[in-house]
Design a protein around this ligand. Sequence first.
Ligand SMILES: Nc1ncnc2c1ncn2[C@@H]1O[C@H](COP(=O)(O)OP(=O)(O)OP(=O)(O)O)[C@@H](O)[C@H]1O
Ligand SMILES: [Mg+2]
Length: 254
Amino acid sequence: MDAAPSARRPPLIEARDLVKSYRMGDQTVMALRGVSLQIAEGEFVAIMGASGSGKSTLMNILGCLDRPTGGSYRLAGEAVQDMTPDQLAAIRNRRIGFVFQQFNLLARTSAAENVELPMLYGGVPAGQRRSRALAALQRVGLGERAAHNPSELSGGQQQRVAIARALVNQPQLILADEPTGALDTRTSEDIMRLLTGLHDQGITVVIVTHEADIAAWAQRRLVFRDGAIVEDVRQTPQRGAGAGPREPAPEGAA
Ligand SMILES: Nc1ncnc2c1ncn2[C@@H]1O[C@H](COP(=O)(O)OP(=O)(O)OP(=O)(O)O)[C@@H](O)[C@H]1O
Ligand SMILES: [Mg+2]
């Protein structure tokens, strides 16, 4: 039933035998023990597994925030594992948007300014930064809240700002590490509906979650145990109990 991936394009993510170890005094912690994984453009993948099984370690490597101790990683055909920190920052900025459990927004800084941040590194002129930030906030249904600081927004709204920030450089890939971990069930569904909408627009989405009903939104589920993938299955998405159209309509596709 799966469409064959285009023969010419490399997988968006192609990781081989990734190993990550941490030296802690005279002990070595093996966070990843040989992870091989391909994710095609346009997939929607959920990663599950017990605490400490290596999920965030993998996400950080896939997101070019960290480098593996061993193995290889190609992102859209580019070999990432040998890049310098500057090259990693550049590829991250160009291709990847991150969403974290704790939103990671700057306090006392408006939603619009938070969303502008990734463009500071890209040398986008100030006027254009603001208009692109506003468009991204509209895309997540928060156009009216652009001037609000995080403390004036609900958890779900703060996560929407974080998603707008992830979107503003028009990434191919969104990596979300427990994006609903700090949210109640209803708000979690809103966030999943939003991520699903972005996936429908062609963005590849990878999320980490501890909750089966959140993982059920994805088309593919990976399970980690002790630094390795022990399960990798395609699934028919089950998208929330009240799967009504509560997602605010995008106010303008960026
Ligand atoms: N910077 C670090 N230094 C030392 N050990 C680390 C570091 N980061 C992670 N680890 C260890 O690597 C292993 C994997 O951690 P990781 O954060 O990837 O787990 P996780 O699956 O994301 O867990 P959780 O569900 O709790 O977020 C753990 O044993 C952890 O203690
Ligand atoms: Mg984690």
